[in-house]
Design a protein around this ligand. Sequence first.
Ligand code: HEM
Length: 410
Amino acid sequence: MNVDLVSQEYKRDPGPTLDHLLAAGPVTRARIPIIGEMTFVTTHAAVEAMLKNEALFSTDVANGRNRRISVLLRFMPRNIRVMTSNMLQKDGEEHRRLRKMVDGAFRRGAVEAWVPRIEGIADCLLDDWIASDDGDFVRHVARALPLAVICEILGLPEADRPQFTRWMAALSDAGSLRGLPRLYISLSRMNRYLMARFEERRKRPGEDLISILVHASDDGDNLSDDEVLAMLGLLFIAGHETTTHLISGSVLTLLQHPNELARLRADPSIEAAAVEELLRFVGAVEMTKPRYLRHDAEFMGTRFRKGDAIMAHLSAANRDATAFNDPHRLDLTRKPNRHVALGGGPHFCLGAWLAKAELAVVLRRLWVKAPDVAVAMPEGDLRWTRQSGIRALTTLPLTPTPHAGMKDMI
Ligand code: HEM
């Protein structure tokens, strides 16, 4: 199908393109940068069925037929290869073993205990943003908050955060061959830094997640250093950009829907439902990682061969009119709201409660700190990145108050 899934037009308003994808039936093909032609499942029913069917679909690239991906991985430098061997790429028992090690730290109760600290961090970042010259909400708040929170959960000192910001920037730039050398250097430095922390925590354990992981034993089975590195790499990669773009996309969406924003401000009891609806509507993570067929099979009326790769198009499923009434309308109290923004099945997002808590905190604090916040440029001038799979604003310049020191902005 001839659709452009990275154009500014699509990123600005994905609805029409997603309708087009959905009209082609539950299984369709489209081009995405780097990977090329890809098969997508798009309808809500097909996406749910695929993500839950571990017997037919594997996330392990070794089960794929696409030589390009496996050859690329084989020739990757060790630092990068170690990071790709994480639980998102594992199936069955091996996946459950790794996920069990970190589950406790991301359960609802554990995340709720972090909320006062997340509020404290968010308040400081919002103050920085209000005092800034450029007013860029992505840089000062949406990018900084998830990184600060994951660093705290891991027990990493605040003074080390700027270097993580640089390493993470290299990771998010890695979508092109040109970005690979920088990615390699950043990952080498990050791995060296993390290995030094492992040694410290082995000798002097604390309450943080690194201490838990380096001392984790699952029926006497310890995690190797490579496994802990892969786990931490995944937490940074899966938990950082995703949350950044959920937060910035949600703030923009609310500013574009003043009636819905007014409902939220008037009635904080709708906050949890609003967070779910923003996850559905914003579509920060547009698609899952590929799944590979374990054997020849028919799925949703299409014949597949062993090793074929398919992705679930989460944003399309979240705008499927057979699952959502008036799907292109933002309705902060939508009920029911069985969105798939956080995936589904065994690989359902580990950080779901954390991501929701961070967005809820921003929604709670932003309009207290800046009741008249507004977008500081014509909305048509806002730029989205050309990454496939993630719907990401490059910057979001906001004026905290109508006339506050926005010297360099407009
Ligand atoms: C807006 C925020 C987020 C969104 C939209 C999101 C979305 C997703 C999705 C769609 C998946 C499934 C991928 C697949 O099946 O191929 C996933 C998995 C995962 N997410 Fe998130 N995520 C978010 C935030 C986070 C955070 C904050 C963390 C942790 C700090 C996190 C950690 C993970 C991990 C570890 C997995 C893999 C789980 C597994 O393989 O069992 N995510 N996420």
